[in-house]
Design a protein around this ligand. Structure first.
Ligand code: ADP
Ligand code: MG
Length: 390
């Protein structure tokens, strides 16, 4: 585990604080402030301890050059309001304006640098850019777990130039919760995997399947496994290239004695736009039909498994954005909310689903880590974490 931010001497020192302020913007306004709200206590804690906080983040994918569409400027007033600290916005990343803003800031004040990805050196993990970033501060804190799986200048390269570096509270909470799932889970370990983004997830699933006692496959992801078992899925979402890997995962699970729960019944319709679906046995999906949700028997089989131990859930059970196909996902979310188990939910849409079901506060840990969380669970060393420990 990296050092804790609380252990660093920060009074009167400039702290380069890597945050995840990658929020959606609409017409130069913050459209969803969840990530700023999450980061605000870290900013406030450092400012109250007398640091000059030099906050930085990426936003979107501006491809290494300034693009007003991706400016962090609209984030500054929201960060000021939510943290209660004065926030000065620097109109460049490591240029004259950043230096001037940092120089003018007093202890307890915050400077927000412009989008790191306006500089080509950020994603390239360029040493000169990393050094320039480091020159803006004396101490480094990374609280952007969601960016920790990328070896970028602000998450990896920059740490070389700091003797004092630590992880912020959001990063530490993610590491603690995900380690509990990965390293010594309270048994049984139940993994529920679904969603639509299958490539990139199956490798994580393969690693987790080695440890899980129960593996529940739902959503679009399950379709590829159904095909691997020779079950027809009509016009449903399938990743043909991954059928073989799915078959391997099922085989490995069987030889290890992992219980696999595949859909027994499903909700089908002609398209997600259809006003309603029809529940059919999984072996009776019509050729022109699409599987759009888990059926009631499947949901009951899954919810009966999640009462105790450890549950990790990634990926909705259906197209929950459309009311007729949301039942499976909402029922799983509610079951996790009522569970005595240590429950962890990760993934953009999965997290949305637990909010929609109104149970987010009852989940042991809601991970905002996305890809970083999955890579960590699969056993990868995250460059952003390793760089703090070096
Ligand atoms: P997460 O963001 O939680 O990691 P993904 O990005 O993999 O999850 O997938 C989320 C999406 O999966 C949702 O938008 C949902 O509509 C879609 N989905 C779930 N089940 C199906 C299905 N059977 N067919 C098509 N899309 C599905
Ligand atoms: Mg997603």
């Amino acid at each position: 585990m990296p050092r804790k931010m609380d252990e660093l001497e920060v009074a009167g020192r400039r702290v380069l604080l890597r945050l995840d302020l990658n929020v959606p913007l609409r017409e130069w306004q913050v459209a969803d402030d969840t990530r700023i709200r999450a980061a605000a206590p870290t900013v406030r804690a450092l400012a109250h301890r007398g640091a000059v906080v030099v906050a930085c983040s990426h936003l979107g994918r501006p491809k290494g050059k300034p693009d007003p569409k991706y400016s962090l400027a609209p984030v500054a007033p929201v960060l000021a309001e939510l943290s209660g600290c004065p926030v000065r916005f620097a109109e460049d990343v490591v240029g004259e304006r950043a230096h001037a803003a940092v120089k003018a800031a007093k202890p307890g004040e915050v400077v927000l640098l412009e989008n790191l990805r306006f500089a080509p050196g950020e994603e390239a993990n360029d040493a000169d850019f990393a050094r320039a970033l480091a020159q803006l501060a004396d101490v480094y804190v990374n609280d952007a777990f969601g960016a920790a799986h990328r070896a970028h200048a602000s998450t990896a390269g920059v740490t070389r130039y700091f003797a004092d570096k630590a992880a912020g509270p959001l990063m530490l909470a993610e590491l603690a919760a995900l380690s509990k799932v990965r390293d010594n889970p309270q048994r049984p370990l139940v993994v529920i995997a679904g969603g639509a983004k299958i490539s990139g997830k199956l490798e994580t699933l393969q690693a987790l399947a080695q440890k899980a006692d129960v593996l529940c496959l739902v959503g679009g992801l399950a379709n590829t496994f159904l095909v691997a078992k020779g079950i027809g899925v009509g016009r449903s979402l399938v990743e043909t290239d991954l059928v073989e890997l799915a078959r391997q995962i099922l085989e490995q699970a069987q030889s290890r004695g992992t219980e696999v729960v595949l859909p027994a019944d499903v909700v089908v319709a002609e398209s997600p736009e259809a006003g309603e679906g029809q529940v059919v046995p999984v072996t009776a999906v019509p050729d022109n039909g699409m599987i759009l949700d888990a059926g009631p028997q499947t949901v009951a089989a899954i919810t009966s498994k999640v009462g105790s131990g450890t549950v990790f859930w990634n990926g909705p059970a259906g197209v929950f954005e459309k009311a007729p196909f949301a039942q499976g996902t909402l029922a799983i979310a509610r079951a996790l909310g009522e569970s005595e188990a240590f429950t962890v939910v990760g993934g953009g849409e999965s997290v949305e689903a637990v909010h929609l079901a109104g149970v987010a506060a009852k989940i042991s840990h809601v991970s905002t880590g996305g890809g970083a969380a999955l890579e960590f669970l699969a056993g990868a060393t995250l460059p952003g974490v390793a760089a703090l420990e070096a």
